[in-house]
Every structure is written in structure tokens, then in C-alpha cells.
Write a protein that binds this ligand. Structure first.
Ligand code: ADP
Ligand code: MG
Length: 703
């Protein structure tokens, strides 16, 4: 029997939570800090001094020796630099110190983080600023215990160099505009509106020893070669299947770690592909959800290592089986708990909801390119549009009930009724009849309404969810703003809101699609409707710096033009670097591992033919056939290898930027695919004992 524990006892024990602050801070200080957290009031340095002292004492009691400003640069992972609490020794003794200044501001040497030209190396300074709205925590690992302080990361001139700063800015924009909107409907009590986010995280687990035998997994995070095993995911026996002991023990360990960090890990199950799993926390305010998602990814990786496993967060670790994504559930909720996306039982009567809904239709329709870009990632190119994850075309699934309401609005200008959910009859007396949701699920839609939230399903499994949420908050804030500008001036509010809902619904109905998003017909239909179909990251990136995008983001102070341009640069670079690593890894594996193994096998065959011939005149046609096949594929491999080396070399000497990224996409990627084909065929014929790495079967069926 494994160790048992009470979740309620350990939950949040490593978090400098609200309860801890209330207990440890002087009343006045606590109140002031809450004002900053809740109302965005500027932080008094004296308050920070007291908070720092209390935070340090608490962390030291937890065993912490160091603190770190924990931030999210544009590398996709979190960054940290540890400082111990010790002061300069006096008479050989040290004190443990941590000042308000150290809490508020950090100065990591930022010269090596991607900045896209925002920060020349001679002014390499970057600053981290305490985000007091996301609680500090103590993280325990082999290095001991470390006090982690969530921060935003900016340049000397205040430009955002991270994921969090624009996210916080977008939340503020949404807050301002959503408050205007609810005031119009008579709500005078809610003080703040925030986006709520619940991300479902998919991941793969493989055996660590096998992982270490695959250079592609080590360097690129995905397999670059690999023939399909005799069994894939066709039986669908893994999805929701009972969880094996080894994996269950791992999940338990993950949950325990997360709960201690105050992350409300809630659901866990096996996913569609063999060796694939999912974890979802309970939703939280967007910036905390983003931080927690980073902690979830870190914890999944860390705990895997100590369980003899390796956690793959890549979007497509294995060709031929499903890849991994992240479903970003998003809604807009007031501080007193009113969800603006809750339609109620009779959505046709809920005018505020209909306005919010049609504003969202407009926002998504007008900025589909930005939303698509927010999910663009090198690895995600293998999923989006590849018949598994949502297609690369952005559309909205509303479900039967809302689609019907929308239809009524568009055709008659009036919605008079809502379809009912009804009862779900099982036909078995001993089973209860269940109330049926009026909205069914559509798993092929990239942006689906699921009861009282939208689920954006395009996000990559490895990516921070900061960008999609930054985009969602901003584009929706923008339409809220436009709607409020109109409605605040209206003489007859009821009439004006009615007209506006109808207008938005009619003008943006084309973004609604309830059918099968994986079908070829949809690609055609979407084209007819004029919806963009952006199939790769390199084609998605320019959306950030269209005139429309710059105007939008500057209006709400979410990004400046310079910040957008810098991000574009970082993204092209990231793309080029990732493909360059993949290409070089393939070259390395083919040259040093695969070709030598095939030559050995060919020699075995040749030796066999010669020995048999020397012994008697038995039939050697099988060996000869195999020998010929293997030799032909070997020649193809060599030719493809030479070609890949050439294009990779040509790409790597190009100047960084759009042209280079496109070259990697248009020339290097196809050369990689061309090398993979003969190698995967060879894997099917070469003696398994001679094949230099674990197969797909070994990796995903024998965890
Ligand atoms: P499913 O797989 O059926 O979509 P899950 O339970 O796996 O459902 O995940 C749903 C996610 O959506 C959870 O993280 C949940 O907390 C989150 N969620 C639920 N309600 C809201 C909401 N109003 N806003 C944002 N996220 C929500
Ligand atoms: Mg879901």
C-alpha cells in the first residue's frame, strides 16, 4: 500500500497564500496589500518591506535557503536565478536577509534571453517586477527549497520581454470594458471582471532508459524517425482506459506536488494515443492559471524523472498517433461570481448574454488570424490541420441551442424561444434518467462553447497559454468597447441593444460552424466563407504586425508596435532554430547510427548468402532479396542525407528573419521528410537486434 495523505491538509502548504498573509502580516499592511492585489492600487515601498520580511521568515521555516524571481521569458519555459538570503559575513557569521527592494525588483542579466532586437547587448539589463496578484511559493527539489516570486520581465525602457506583462495588460483592458458593459445592464455592485482559465494539459510518458537511447527525443523532444508498430490507437482502448500501476503512482506523486503548491489538480485520465495522458486543474484567474500551467508542466517533467519515466510535452512526439495539445477553457467572471458567459436556461431572454456572445463572435471573426497565431508553434504545425487536433481554420461551435437562437436573431431579428435539453433515457429502470445538456460536444471545433465557457483547443501542449489568453482578452475587450460606445449614447437602450445584437449576429454568422471540422468539405466551405486557413507557424506570424493588429494592441496598451515587431523576430528565430536542431539531429542519427546499423545487417545477409553457397546449393533467394532491398534503401537514405545536409547548411548561413524561417519550412522540412521515408522502411526489415534505438512499439506500448 502506498503512502496515504489527506489532501485538505497538504493543499497549498508551500504557498504564501492569502490566509498566510492575513495571519502573518500586521492588519494594516495586509489591508494595503489586498488593495493592490484586488484594486490595482500602487504598492507602497514600506508595505513591500514588511511583506518581504514576513515572506522570508515563512520561507525559511519551510527550509528555504534562496529566493528567485520566477519569470516567463520568450523561450517558452520559465526562468530563474537563485539568490541566497545570506548577508555579507560579519565576524564569520551571516544573517538571513530579504528586503522590500529585493522583493519588488530583480535585475537578472538579460542579455541571453530572446528580445527580438528590443534590447541591444550593451544595454542588456532587464528587470523583473513582482506580480503580487500571483502568490509566491516555496519549491522543493534537489537544490533544497527555494522561495519563488512570480514576476513580470521588462527591458530598461519598460518594454515587455515576457509572456506575463502583456497578459496582465490585456486583463486590465478586459476589466475596464466588461465593467462598462455590465453597468449598462444595471449592475452597479461588481467591482472587477477577470478572465477565468482552466487549461487541460496533455502529455506522453515514456520509459526514461528508452528515452535516453533516442537522440531525437533528447535533442528535439520528438521522434524524427520511427516506423508504426503493428498496433496504433485504432482500438481506442487507451482513451479513459484503466490507469496502469506505474502511471497511477506517477500521477499520485504529481498531484501531491501540485496540491502542495496550491495548484488544484482535478482530473486525470488516459488520452487517445497509447502512453498519452491528461491533467486538468480547476479554473483560476488567467494570470494564476498561466503560472499554474507552467508549474504543472515543470512538475510533470520533474516527477517523471524520479519515477524512471520521461514526460514528453512536445505537440507531436510520434507520427501516426495523436499529438498533444492544451484546451484553454475561458470565461469572463465578476468578482462577485457572475459569469458573463452563462446563458441561463433560456438564453433567448438573456439579453446581456446575447450581447456578450455576439461580441465574441465578432471578435473571433475579425481577429481569427491573431488567435491562430497565438497557438502557432513549431511542434503544433504537425497537429493543426493534420486530421486530429482542430483544423487550422478558426471557427466557433455553439451547439444546437445557441445556434438556433442565433438563427432566429438573424432571420427575424428576434429570438423567441430556446430549445430544451430534455431527458436522457437509458431504458434501464434502475438507472436514473439524466438531464441532457442543451449543448452537445463537438470535438473537432477549435473554439467551442461548452455550457458557460469557450474552449480554445488549438494551443500546443508545450506552450505557455499566456498568448492565447492575451489575444482573447484584448479582442473581446475591443468589441465590448465598440458596443459600449454605441450603447452608452443610445436614447432607447432596449432598441439599440436589440439592433446591435442582430447586427453582430448577422455580420459574423460565417464564423459559426457546427459540423465536422476534420472534413475536406469544411476546408472548401471555409474558403467560400472567406475564413483564413493558415497552415503553418511561418505563415501565421505576420498576423502580429498587420495594421489592424498594431492598432488594436496599441489602443489597449497591450503591446507597442516595437514589442510586436520584436515578438515577430523572436518567433522567426525560434522556428529556424528548432528546425535546424531537428535537421542536424536527423543527420547525426542517420550518419552515425542508422547507416552503420544497416551496413552491419547487409553484411550479415551477404555472409549468410556466401556461407550457404559454400555449404550447398540451397535456395538463397530470400537473403538475396532482402540484401537487394536493404541496399537500395540504404542508397536512398544516403542520397536524402546528403540533400538534407546541403539545405541545412544553406539555411544556417542565411540572415535570421522571415526569409530564413520560410526556407527552413519550404526546403529543410521536406528534405527531412524525404530522409525519414527510406529509414522507416529500413526499420521494418533490419534485424531488430541491430536497430540502434527503441522502436515506437517499445516506447509507447511498454511504459
Ligand atoms: P472536458 O475534458 O470535458 O472539457 P475537463 O474537466 O477535463 O473537461 O476540463 C474542463 C476545464 O474547464 C477544467 O479546467 C475546468 O476547471 C474548466 N472550467 C470549468 N468552468 C470554467 C469556466 N467558467 N471558465 C473557465 N474554465 C472553466
Ligand atoms: Mg475539454
Amino acid at each position: 500500500m502506498s503512502e496515504l495523505f489527506n489532501v485538505a491538509d497538504i493543499f497549498g502548504e508551500d504557498v504564501f497564500s492569502d490566509a498566510v498573509m492575513e495571519e502573518r502580516l500586521p492588519k494594516k499592511v495586509y489591508k494595503e496589500l489586498r488593495k493592490t492585489i484586488d484594486e490595482g492600487k500602487e504598492l507602497d515601498p514600506m508595505i513591500a518591506e514588511v511583506v518581504a520580511g514576513a515572506m522570508k521568515d515563512w520561507a525559511i521555516e519551510k527550509g528555504a535557503t534562496h529566493y528567485t524571481h520566477w519569470f516567463q521569458p520568450l523561450t517558452g519555459v520559465t526562468a530563474e536565478k537563485h539568490d541566497s538570503f545570506i548577508s555579507a559575513p560579519v565576524n564569520g557569521k551571516v544573517l538571513m536577509e530579504f528586503s522590500g527592494k529585493e522583493l519588488i525588483k530583480g535585475e537578472p542579466d538579460a542579455s541571453s534571453f530572446p528580445s527580438g532586437g528590443l534590447r541591444a547587448t550593451f544595454e542588456a539589463r532587464g528587470y523583473t517586477a513582482w506580480d503580487c496578484t500571483s502568490p509566491a511559493f516555496v519549491r522543493h527539489d534537489a537544490a533544497g527549497a527555494i522561495l519563488c516570486i512570480p514576476t513580470a520581465f521588462c527591458s530598461y525602457t519598460g518594454e515587455a520581454l515576457d509572456q506575463k506583462t502583456p497578459l496582465l495588460r490585456s486583463m486590465e483592458a478586459l476589466n475596464v470594458q466588461a465593467l462598462r458593459l455590465i453597468r449598462l445592464f444595471g449592475n452597479t455592485t461588481s467591482k472587477k471582471v477577470t478572465p477565468s482559465v482552466g487549461p487541460e494539459q496533455e502529455y506522453f510518458l515514456v520509459d526514461r532508459k528508452k528515452y535516453l537511447q533516442r537522440k531525437d527525443l533528447i535533442f528535439a523532444g520528438r521522434t524524427l524517425f520511427g516506423a508504426m508498430p503493428p498496433k496504433g490507437q485504432e482500438l481506442e482502448d487507451h482513451y479513459f482506459g484503466s490507469i496502469r500501476e506505474r502511471i497511477a503512482a506517477y500521477m499520485k506523486d504529481v498531484n501531491k506536488e501540485l496540491w502542495k503548491l496550491g495548484v488544484s489538480s482535478k482530473t486525470q485520465h488516459n488520452e487517445v494515443a497509447p502512453a498519452q495522458h491528461e491533467l486538468a486543474p480547476i479554473y483560476a484567474v488567467a494570470n494564476i492559471a498561466v503560472d499554474h500551467n507552467q508549474l504543472i508542466m515543470e512538475t510533470l517533467k520533474k516527477v517523471a524523472e524520479r519515477n524512471g519515466l520521461y514526460c514528453l510535452l512536445h505537440e507531436k512526439p510520434f507520427a501516426g498517433v495523436n499529438g498533444s495539445g492544451k484546451h484553454n477553457n475561458w470565461s469572463v467572471i465578476t468578482d462577485d461570481g457572475i459569469n458573463l458567459l452563462n446563458p441561463g436556461k433560456t438564453p433567448h431572454e438573456n439579453i446581456q448574454f446575447l450581447l456578450v456572445l455576439t461580441c465574441i463572435l465578432k471578435a473571433i471573426d475579425e481577429h481569427a488570424d491573431l488567435l491562430r497565431e497565438s497557438a502557432a508553434d513549431v511542434g503544433n504545425d504537425h497537429r493543426l490541420g493534420a486530421n486530429e487536433a482542430p483544423p487550422a481554420i478558426i471557427s466557433i461551435f455553439l451547439g444546437e441551442q445557441l445556434e438556433d437562437v442565433l438563427e432566429q436573431l438573424v432571420s427575424t431579428g428576434e429570438a423567441t424561444h430556446s430549445l430544451k435539453g430534455g431527458r436522457l433515457q437509458t431504458g434501464v429502470k434502475t438507472l436514473p434518467d439524466l438531464a441532457k445538456d442543451a449543448t452537445d460536444r463537438n470535438r473537432t471545433s477549435p473554439f467551442a462553447f461548452t455550457g458557460n465557457k469557450f474552449e480554445f483547443r488549438m494551443c500546443g501542449s508545450r506552450d505557455s497559454i499566456a498568448s492565447p489568453n492575451t489575444v482573447l482578452n484584448t479582442i473581446v475587450a475591443d468589441v465590448f468597447c465598440e458596443a459600449c460606445d454605441i450603447l452608452e449614447k443610445a436614447d432607447d437602450f432596449d432598441m439599440a441593444v436589440h439592433d446591435l445584437i442582430k447586427k453582430y449576429a448577422s455580420e459574423h454568422q460565417r464564423i459559426v460552424f457546427n459540423g465536422n471540422g476534420y472534413s475536406d468539405e469544411w476546408v472548401e466551405e471555409a474558403k467560400r466563407r472567406g475564413l483564413p486557413n493558415i497552415t503553418s507557424m511561418v505563415d501565421a506570424i505576420p498576423a502580429l504586425i498587420t495594421e489592424k493588429s498594431i492598432k488594436l494592441f496599441e489602443k489597449y496598451g497591450v503591446f507597442t508596435k516595437a514589442e510586436l515587431e520584436s515578438r515577430v523576430e523572436v518567433k522567426y528565430e525560434t522556428y529556424a532554430k528548432a528546425i535546424n536542431i531537428e535537421a542536424r539531429t536527423m543527420v547525426d542519427m542517420a550518419r552515425k547510427q542508422i547507416i552503420p546499423a544497416v551496413i552491419k545487417y547487409i553484411k550479415v545477409l551477404a555472409d549468410s548468402i556466401n556461407s550457404v553457397r559454400a555449404a550447398c546449393d540451397a535456395d538463397v533467394s530470400v537473403q538475396t532479396g532482402e540484401l537487394k532491398d536493404a541496399s537500395a534503401l540504404l542508397a536512398q537514405t544516403k542520397a536524402a542525407l546528403v540533400r538534407l545536409e546541403e539545405v541545412t547548411e544553406a539555411a544556417s548561413v542565411m540572415e535570421e528573419g522571415e526569409k530564413q524561417a520560410k526556407y527552413y519550412h519550404d526546403s529543410v522540412m521536406p528534405a527531412m521528410e524525404a530522409l525519414r521515408i527510406p529509414v522507416d522502411k529500413l526499420e521494418m526489415i533490419v534485424d531488430k537486434d541491430l536497430w540502434p534505438m527503441p522502436s515506437y512499439g517499445d516506447l509507447i506500448f511498454e511504459v
